[in-house]
Design a protein. Structure first.
Length: 81
């Protein structure tokens, strides 16, 4: 596996556990989303949560996936407020 600041590149084919945690500052408007993409296009894991009225909002993802050599994995974050 090759890791850079914004993605992971798979160097050995196989099944991997992919986990992420994205945190958002306090804001009571909208939703928060995190999703994981493969090769920049296909979303293979996502999670939406309502915002916390106080404190941070955390969006967690965890999934098993079979990857091929040179697959590119990225975590993306989105909010509607």
């Amino acid at each position: 596996m090759s890791v850079t600041a914004d993605h992971i590149t798979i160097t050995a084919a196989g099944q991997y556990l992919v986990t992420s945690a994205v945190q958002y500052a306090s804001n009571s408007t909208g939703i928060r989303e995190a999703f994981i993409t493969i090769n920049g296009a296909t979303i293979f894991a996502d999670n939406y949560v309502a915002t916390a009225t106080a404190g941070i909002t955390t969006v967690l993802l965890s999934t098993m996936k079979t990857f091929a050599v040179n697959d590119d994995i990225r975590v993306r974050a989105y909010q509607t407020s």
